[in-house]
Design a protein around this ligand. Sequence first.
Ligand code: ADP
Ligand code: MG
Length: 475
Amino acid sequence: MPVVKHQFSPKGACREVMYCRDPEVLIAGPAGTGKSRACLEKLHLMALSNPGMRGLICRKTATSLSSTALVTWRKFVVAEALNAGVVHYYGGSAQEPASYRYANGSTVVIGGLDKIEKIMSSEYDIVYVQEATDLTENDWESITTRLRNWQVSFQQLLADCNPSHPTHWLKARCDSGQTKMLHSTHEDNPILFQNGAMTERGLAYLDKLDRLTGVRHQRLRLGNWVAAEGVIYEDFSGIHMLSGVPEEWKKGEALDHVGIPLSWRRYWAVDFGFTNPFTLQWWAEDHDGRLFLYREIYHTRRTVDQHCKTVLKAVAPEGRWLEPKPTVITCDHDAEGRVVFERETGLSTSPAHKAVTEGIQAVQVRLRDAGDGRPRLYLLRDTLVEMDPELADSSKPTCHYDEIPGYVWLRRKKANEEKEQDEPKKEDDHGCDAMRYVVAERDFGIRAIFRSVLCIAMLKSRNSAFGSPTRSRLR
Ligand SMILES: Nc1ncnc2c1ncn2[C@@H]1O[C@H](COP(=O)(O)OP(=O)(O)O)[C@@H](O)[C@H]1O
Ligand SMILES: [Mg+2]
């Protein structure tokens, strides 16, 4: 067996977690404190020292996992062992999940809870859940039933997260003593602090976190479990997040390349930006009027013509459209942006209904139960075309979903008005604006009325979904 040298010096809660043998342990704290690194190091250490151990690294979805924890795992944790051939990567098969296989018979499986059959048919000694606040308590409890491989003297559900709202089920589970909570701090991470003093990287990183505001600052800089005051979409919760459109809602229809029925209308919304993220959201509407966000661009420092290339690549990778063209593209009032967008895509756009309060109310109504036990607005998970690393580095929202907890009402007194008025905070609101445009487009305004009259007239001729907007040059 080759000798493999690997060094890791944990501190504070990151050290405590290495020794903790409780059946359920959560390490919680601000962003960048070394939580994920410590959990991954623990798995690796256990796999090396307990032949035959089975571990699992998971997150709510497989896609979110591969862009985060697995990078740290490969780059910092198992790098030397991979090089020395002590660990091999196995890419998985239709039945079996991907895994890292150790020469001593240990295995660390990789998976998303969206592919639950693949990972849950096995038994494990330790399961590490990254960003555990994304899970439901049901997800959590079903993982606990898989912890019975007994190649290690203790079995553990290990998890990390940034703080969320104070009434989160996971916080309640810790408060009740069922799960042990460890609190990590920035001082735990030697990249940020050395001998009690901030390093150069620490200064730069904490400066970014200091620039966050509101609930993001509280949670990601200070590590507090707080709810934002005056959250606008209070009813937004896990029920509005789906891994995909459920099969029963597709009713056996023909699907496009992303698995959405071809007969469902598409709506796009654009919020232009350069220093602030440019946002384009792709929404599909089923025949019961439910809206699904199925793709989005959320990226800074790119020009509109650059974004248009991304758009065309997503919808028509080889020049032929693989999904229905949008019925309407509703945009914020950036005349120049719209001109470039129309020129580069060959699609026409419409100015968005800008009535803010009405638009927000229409979204709020859609988030509530529509009488059939279901809301009428959903976000699919992992909709991002590409993550903006600059936003991720500064812990800013990297997609529309990230904005929602911090989208809050502010009390403002406008000049020449007596009373204070509530208005949404105009920061990290780009996806929220785009969503409001789409809902306003659907739910009120002259175009919505005109469209419903037209829909009744065309009820029998279904095949109208492809080819709606004018001026299209991609046929
Ligand atoms: N003890 C340590 N030694 C060296 N690097 C560390 C240590 N702890 C954390 N890091 C590095 O700091 C960065 C942030 O750590 P991470 O675990 O992703 O933080 P968190 O999960 O708390 O957001 C990663 O690049 C990680 O490798
Ligand atoms: Mg992490």
